[in-house]
Design a protein around this ligand. Structure first.
Ligand code: UDP
Length: 355
């Protein structure tokens, strides 16, 4: 039995989770990552032990909580593609809500008292003016947002009924990669604008579509608050410190507080890339809100968050550099599958408890 306090990071092999693991690991935290590698990659886990398994596997969770003294759970594992959630809602409620309930139940059983949850700006309704503060109306426009909001509510109710304290971070639109280029957005089927636009820029997609040009926004395309993944990861480190100081539960927006339209993002990327992008205008995409921008005063005041990459060009340059590097790696490693996870970072779950 290892008694040193340990952080359990679900989804730590995925895009945002891996950046948080990198920052926590650099601070010497003891980390166990639980990830089923459905969209994540073992190579993205730069610190700690990787357990390959599912957050809905109660026996596996129980084994982990027995083996480690889990001080805090950071819960990233989720399905995150809005249009997919519209097409396959029950898969989203299963992964993001039902399995989260299993995780929370095991946390309660094990006496875990600190929980940091990856939530989303998609919990907000279509707001007049488009700026969301944490007290704004929640009224998700799609099953993804609803599946996350239900977990926020479960967590809120559990904290009210127990010694659990939580920080819920509502992410706005995350992009970019870590400064050393080790990890980044690595999901080939991603649908997010900056990812898709960078894939197009490096030649992986023949064109780029703008979904909807008739929104009530200055140029008719949707407006979003794009945040660099490293600033977002830093918010989690602060959230952990906040809970360790004994503070009460908190919901906080993670965005910079200003928005850019789809056209502005595409124009900026074309300028940085030095080439005109092949852009097509299409109809609206199901589940999209016209405009959503964070009011992030709470993050700044309560968590002391001081973002250092609040610059669209910098975010785009980082995302583009990652995509170029990813392409170069794919060309070098063409047809070579990802190496099997071995050694200290791999833990086959105990016999009988793996899914
Ligand atoms: N978008 C687009 N073309 C794309 C991908 C996205 O026009 O290929 C738009 C999308 O309709 C939305 C905005 O870009 O208005 C941001 O979408 P994204 O999927 O990046 O994030 P979301 O805000 O849906 O979480």
């Amino acid at each position: 039995m290892k008694r040193r306090p340990t952080l359990l990071v679900t989804g730590g092999a995925g895009y945002i989770g891996s950046h948080v693991v990198a920052q926590l690991g650099a601070r010497g935290e003891r980390i166990v990552v639980l990830d089923n590698l459905s969209t994540g990659h073992s190579r993205a886990v730069l610190h700690g032990r990787l357990v390959v398994g599912d957050i809905g596997n109660q026996r596996l969770l129980r084994a982990l909580f027995r083996e480690y003294r889990i001080e805090t759970v950071l819960h990233f594992a989720a399905r995150i593609v809005v249009p997919e959630s519209v097409a396959k809602p029950l898969e989203y409620y299963d992964c993001n809500t039902a399995k989260a309930r299993t995780l929370l139940a095991e946390c309660e059983r094990a006496g875990v008292e600190q929980f940091i949850f990856s939530s989303t700006a998609a919990v907000y309704g279509d707001l007049a003016g488009g700026q969301a503060s944490e007290s704004s109306l929640v009224d998700p426009a799609n099953p993804y947002g609803r599946s996350k909001l239900m977990t926020e509510w479960m967590l809120g109710d559990l904290s009210a009924a127990s010694r659990m304290r939580h920080v819920i971070l509502r992410y706005f639109n995350v992009a970019g990669c870590d400064a050393l280029g080790r990890i980044g957005q690595d999901t080939p089927e991603a649908t997010h604008l900056i990812k898709v636009a960078c894939q197009h820029a490096v030649g992986l997609r023949p064109n780029l579509e703008i979904f909807g040009t008739d929104y009530p926004t200055p140029d008719g395309t949707c407006v979003r608050d794009y945040i660099h993944v490293e600033d977002l990861a830093a918010a989690h480190v602060l959230a952990l410190e906040y809970l360790r100081e004994g503070n009460g539960s908190l919901i906080a927006n993670c965005g910079y507080g200003h928005g850019f339209s789809v056209r502005e993002v595409i124009d900026a990327l074309g300028r940085i890339h030095g080439q005109v992008l092949n852009v097509r205008e299409s109809g609206r995409r199901a589940g999209d809100m016209a405009s959503i921008v964070a009011n992030s005063d709470l993050m700044r005041e309560w968590l002391g968050w001081r973002p250092s990459r609040d610059d669209l060009d910098l975010i785009l340059a980082s995302a583009l550099a990652w995509e170029k590097q990813r392409l170069a790696r794919a060309e070098i490693q063409a047809d070579i599958p990802e190496p099997a996870v071995t050694g200290w970072r791999k833990s086959a779950a105990r016999p009988g408890v793996n899914p």
